[in-house]
Ligand binder design. Structure first.
Ligand code: SF4
Ligand code: F3S
Ligand code: FES
Length: 248
């Protein structure tokens, strides 16, 4: 079945822009990215969109559809009724480069700030041993395709540009948690989670988990356990006494 859909697409650049209306053909089985490509082919050849795999695996085509952060290639047109206006806008949390393409370098900067995996100095290749449950925990977090939809949706930075310095966002707090819970990582990441990466800003709204296309339980399996570790440390009487005695 084919029909003509009403699309509203944000066009503009860093200076500003507006929504532009289109009427465009939709065929059975198509996704929003197909329709954006049809617009490029037939009505707006200079419409900018970032994409790569069209299979939900490269994390490039992140944008917002009817206000919800989504992968354009994984959003089926059958999600919408045939008379519904489909509004496509760039991710709101990051600066626009052009049309649907945003500058996501904020995320790369945060990634670079996280100290890398730190095994014990005397551990030799071949001596790395882990329990299956620890392997599985890391594997869940490693499903991340770096689409940054969780980063886009988290209100801590979405609504407060000035928090960007102090808050790494759910994707990177999840990375800190992954390393902190890794049995072979000897770096203590609890203070850095709180002080450098802003774990305390997260008030567990779980919006990040809701939009994750890989269905990673970011809040339940990474952020909450990390918060518990930070609290345990703070209220552990031995740690408290140690801090009092030995901290300058
Ligand atoms: Fe995307 Fe999920 Fe990774 Fe966040 S955790 S960047 S939503 S895949
Ligand atoms: Fe933000 Fe996710 Fe916490 S949306 S507030 S990081 S639970
Ligand atoms: Fe790769 Fe959408 S184009 S995730």
């Amino acid at each position: 079945m084919s029909y003509d859909a009403k699309f509203r697409v944000w066009r503009g650049d860093a200076e500003g822009g507006s929504l532009q209306d289109f009427t465009v053909e939709v065929n059975e089985g198509e996704v929003v990215l197909d329709i954006i490509h049809r617009l490029q082919a037939t009505q707006a050849s200079d419409l900018a969109v970032r994409w790569n795999c069209k299979a939900g695996k490269c994390g490039s085509c992140s944008a917002e559809v009817n206000g919800r952060p989504r992968l354009l290639c994984m959003t089926r047109m059958s999600t919408f009724t045939t008379d519904e206006v489909v509004t496509v806008t760039p991710m709101r949390t990051f600066p626009v480069i052009r049309d649907l393409v945003t500058d996501v370098s904020f995320n790369y900067e945060k990634a670079r700030q996280i100290p890398s995996f730190t095994p014990p100095a005397d551990l030799k290749p071949g001596e790395y041993r882990m329990q299956q449950k620890d392997v599985e925990r890391s594997q869940e977090f490693r499903k991340c395709i770096e689409c940054f939809l969780c980063q886009d949706t988290c209100h801590v930075v979405r609504d407060h540009e000035d928090n960007k310095n102090a808050f790494a966002g759910p994707r990177f707090l999840m990375r800190v948690a992954e390393l902190e819970m890794h049995p072979l990582d000897v770096a203590d990441r609890r203070d850095m989670a709180q002080e450098d990466f802003g774990l305390g800003y997260c008030n567990i709204t779980k919006c990040c988990t809701e939009v994750c296309p890989e269905h990673i339980k970011i809040t339940d399996n990474a952020l909450i356990p990390m918060k518990e570790r930070v609290v345990d440390r703070k209220y552990d009487p031995i740690v408290w006494l140690g801090n009092k005695l030995f901290r300058r």
